[in-house]
Design a protein around this ligand. Structure first.
Ligand SMILES: [Ca+2]
Length: 368
């Protein structure tokens, strides 16, 4: 589904608001977002467009070359997204520097208070972060729930944490939330021990009342992968029941091929084999900073023993040395061949081009 599909659907059903979208922020300018900064030390979150230790630019405009995006939020839909593509090329993000200060210094970045509108009490926070600090630096994701408007402190719970080795690119993180009443999210940077020449940065925050994907595989430099024809294997993931599985994507100038397959895992001896009638849903989408404008393509696969697409024994235990993860040919393949992007549907040419320019991610939600 593309942004244009959604616009047409909204017109068709006369939709004027989003039922799931709560918050979006790309820091297009210094005052674009309803976020509050708070610190009891020298450390602080700063709104910047560049940091010497990285990143050298925000994530919002990354990969956008030319007029691929309109820069508007969804037509006819009221949402609290602050805007995304800035035609001036200015792209702010929030940076917590750990290059100065002392161990334990911390600062918070708080969202406004929000109230769940859906009965499912499930929310998904997603954002991009850039970690250029010391591996002991931390970004803690807190959720604070309030009894009512007069509740000043609420109850705080740690929902996610980023720490460990730095990386020289923007990474995507999904954080499942389960607020049942008024809540807010806090991004807390904390300086660890050791030297740092950078810090932790945050950009393109989105919060929606939807379930987070079980796994997300972020793929960068897609344009190069398409040009060179590249076969990529995701890390091994585990379903909730313990089945090991893997996503495989082949990029070519003509199409993108995706498949999902079971791979040997640590739990194979304890699992039920074969495992018919299990389902996995894969969603491929670009990384537009506004989740409401992402172009997506989704398919589900059910382990149907009578399936025409079956190749080899369906869901038999992966043979061979099960401790050898990289023995890729030891799998029970769930086969699906998809001519994704080879023939753009009418009217979607612009978006398909933008898909080529943007990094991709593949998310998986499985009931294996
Ligand atoms: Ca930004």
């Amino acid at each position: 589904m593309s942004h244009y599909d959604m616009v047409e659907l909204n017109k068709l059903y006369n939709c004027t608001s989003s039922i799931a979208f709560l918050l979006g922020c790309s820091f297009v300018n210094e005052t674009a977002c309803e976020l509050t900064r708070c610190s009891r030390s020298q450390a602080s979150w700063e709104s910047v467009t560049f940091t010497p230790g990285g990143p050298h630019s925000g994530h919002t405009n990354l990969g956008i070359s030319g007029a691929s995006f309109s820069g508007n939020t969804t037509d006819n839909v009221t949402a609290s997204f602050s805007g995304n593509y800035n035609e001036n090329g200015t792209d702010f993000f929030m940076h917590f520097s750990t290059a100065t200060g002392g161990e334990g210094d911390r600062a918070k970045l708080e969202t406004r208070r929000m109230t769940p509108r859906r009965n499912c009490t499930v929310q998904c926070l997603q954002f991009y972060y850039y970690h250029s600090g010391n591996e002991s630096d931390q970004l803690n994701i807190w959720m604070r729930e309030f009894d009512d408007d007069n509740d000043p402190e609420g109850t705080r719970r740690l929902m996610g944490q980023i720490t460990g080795p730095p990386a020289d690119y923007w990474q995507l993180l999904h954080v499942p939330l389960n607020a049942t009443k008024m809540f807010q999210v806090e991004f807390e940077g904390q300086k660890g021990e050791g030297n740092s020449s950078g810090g932790i940065s945050v950009d393109d925050i989105n919060l929606s009342e939807t379930e987070c994907p079980h796994e997300t595989w972020q793929i960068r430099n897609v344009e190069q992968l398409i040009a060179s024809g590249t076969l990529l294997f995701s890390p091994r993931y585990y379903s909730r029941d313990g089945y090991g599985y893997q996503s495989v994507v082949y990029f070519s100038p003509m199409y993108i091929f995706t498949s999902i397959r079971l791979v040997s895992g640590e739990n194979d001896d304890q699992l039920e084999w074969p495992c018919p009638w299990r389902q996995i849903t894969t969603l491929m989408l670009d990384q537009n900073p506004d989740i409401q404008q992402r172009m997506s393509w989704q398919w589900s696969f059910t382990t149907d023993p009578t399936s025409y697409y079956r190749r080899g024994p369906m869901c038999e235990p992966p043979p061979g040395d099960r401790s050898t993860y990289h023995t890729y040919h030891n799998y029970c393949q769930l086969f699906h061949n998809v001519p994704f992007c080879d023939r753009p549907p009418h009217g979607l040419g612009t978006n398909v081009e933008s898909l080529r320019d943007m990094p991709l991610m593949v998310t998986c939600s499985s009931s294996l």
